[in-house]
Design a protein around this ligand. Structure first.
Ligand code: UD1
Length: 467
């Protein structure tokens, strides 16, 4: 049988915003190193438009592979390195992915027949592995390379595999690929599975696979993240029958066939939380929309505890104010322990750490979701932050009356959210801060510096060639 890579030239189709070779795409490729140069100490103001959720879009894009007839029309898919990579993963199994006018991304997976997606693409993003569930449920087999993504811990896939095994699949590791086969060489059958940890990716994989399994499946201790519920909403729009999404128990009645549908991705709560932290760290006032305020409860509570004022405007906007008239000129430190939703999101841990280095008083951040998500500590210290790391807990000294908390310097983004945290720190620091390796940030923030620039930040992108 022909290998996937030999088929790639045949099945790659050009699209307007998801091309393989457009100049704008080339300009953002990780191999060309860019940096952000920030002149700190300025306040920001105005309104910022929040993009569609990266994590929801990635899961939904994988979910399009469940649709064996019709086309899927998606609104709100953010233009990011990660979503582009995911589009390439889909193309590598034969899906047509094209951008149409009005910000609609169309995916036609009806003619998909390849069950071995491009390993190089899967190796770039964690969510690439999500295609495993749809492929094995639809075709009875899938061979998928181990996934990439942020290096923030071991990030095993045992729970994904155990979930599929509960649906009758047989799995083996061969030549660094996870090879999964359906029951009796066919598709999957309904089954029950209890997650020992509410993994987002394992829940999403189980949900997609069980949607096409023969019979009823039950998943307990499921992840409750809004992006998981968004994927369920999408699959249900395509004809699936998933009950309980957003709770810890999912009951899924398998369907023989799912079909295309129109769907809008929910707003990105992590991007919104990052801009909330940007307002706080620069002691500014900004508004943001669209957001789902209930998805930002933890962040709102922490910023309020610090002394900021967070006001809901209508049903889908927030105003965050940290101006001296509101805060009395200083923000108070607060503690964080990251947890699965509805706990404090691990994806906002680094941004809050940057903020805490500018608050009065000491604080503790305990990272309980990933075992190695503190790369930004070393970099924040280069900007003058006082942070002591002990295992997965960071002890943050906070600001002192006699000095400005942070001063500019050269730092390097090691991962997506840590990179965003360094930009926020640079905005608060005195002098110039250079954040290198911003391909990490481009993976998950749509037009990050453009949005910050429009709020009044002094920030520009430079390539190494321009240095
Ligand atoms: C998703 C998000 C990521 C977010 C994370 C937690 C995407 C593309 N990424 O990542 O932004 O930070 O949720 O909210 O949606 N684990 C296992 N075995 C498994 C699977 C996971 O031990 O089979 C562990 C992981 O190592 C980690 C923890 O479970 O320590 C949480 O991981 P998980 O919820 O799966 O996160 P991701 O889906 O990778």
């Amino acid at each position: 049988m022909a290998t996937t890579s030999s088929l790639l030239p045949l099945i790659r189709l050009q699209s307007k915003i998801y091309p393989s070779t457009s100049p704008s795409h080339r300009a953002s490729l990780p191999s060309i190193e860019h940096k952000l140069v920030i002149s700190g100490g300025r306040s920001i103001s105005g309104h910022v438009a929040i993009s569609g959720s990266k994590n929801s879009a990635l899961a939904v894009l994988a979910g399009t592979l469940c649709c064996s007839s019709g086309t899927v029309a998606l609104r709100g898919v953010p233009e990011l390195l990660d979503t582009r990579t995911m589009a390439e993963v889909l193309r590598s199994v034969g899906a047509r992915v094209e951008a149409e006018d009005g910000g609609v991304l169309v995916v036609d997976a009806s003619n998909v027949w390849v069950t071995e997606p491009c390993s190089e693409k899967i190796g770039r993003i964690r969510a690439g592995f999500f295609v495993l569930g749809p492929l094995v449920a639809r075709f009875g087999k899938a061979e998928v390379a181990m996934p990439g993504g942020c290096r923030i811990g071991l990030r095993p896939v045992d729970l994904y595999i155990k979930g599929l095994e509960a649906l009758g699949a047989v799995a083996e590791l061969r030549e660094e690929k996870v090879c999964v086969y359906g029951a009796n060489g066919k598709g999957l059958v309904g089954g029950s599975f209890h997650l020992t940890y509410p993994s987002v990716g394992a829940t999403e994989t189980f949900m997609m696979a069980a949607s096409m399994a023969d019979g009823v499946s039950v998943l307990t201790n499921a992840a409750m993240e809004p992006e998981v519920a968004d994927l369920a909403k999408f699959l249900n729009a395509c004809g699936a029958c998933i009950e309980g999404a957003g709770t810890s128990t999912l009951v899924i009645t398998g369907r023989k066939k799912l079909y295309g549908a129109e769907f809008t991705i929910l707003p990105d709560r992590i991007e919104a939380g990052t801009f909330m932290a940007a307002a706080a760290i620069t002691r500014s006032c900004i508004s943001l929309s669209p957001v789902i305020p209930s998805h930002l409860t933890q962040m709102t509570e922490k910023l309020t505890e610090a002394g900021c004022k967070v006001t809901q405007i209508g049903s889908s906007a927030l105003e965050v104010s940290a101006v001296p008239e509101v805060t009395g000129g200083k923000l108070q430190a607060f503690n964080i322990k990251t947890l699965p939703y509805p706990g404090f999101p691990t994806d906002l841990q680094a941004q809050c750490m940057a903020l805490l280095t500018t608050c009065v008083g000491s604080s503790i951040i305990e990272e309980s979701v990933f075992e190695n998500r503190m790369h930004h500590v070393k970099e924040l210290k280069k900007l003058g932050a006082e942070i002591k790391l002990s295992g997965n807990s960071a002890f943050i000294g906070g600001t002192k009356p006699e000095r400005i908390a942070l001063s500019g310097g050269r730092v390097r983004a090691a991962d997506l959210r840590g990179g965003a945290a360094l930009v926020l720190a640079g905005m608060a620091a005195s002098g110039i801060t250079e954040v290198e390796n911003i391909a990490q940030i481009d993976r998950g923030y749509e037009r990050f510096e453009e949005k910050l620039l429009s709020l009044g930040a002094d920030i520009r992108r430079e390539s190494e060639a321009a240095v």
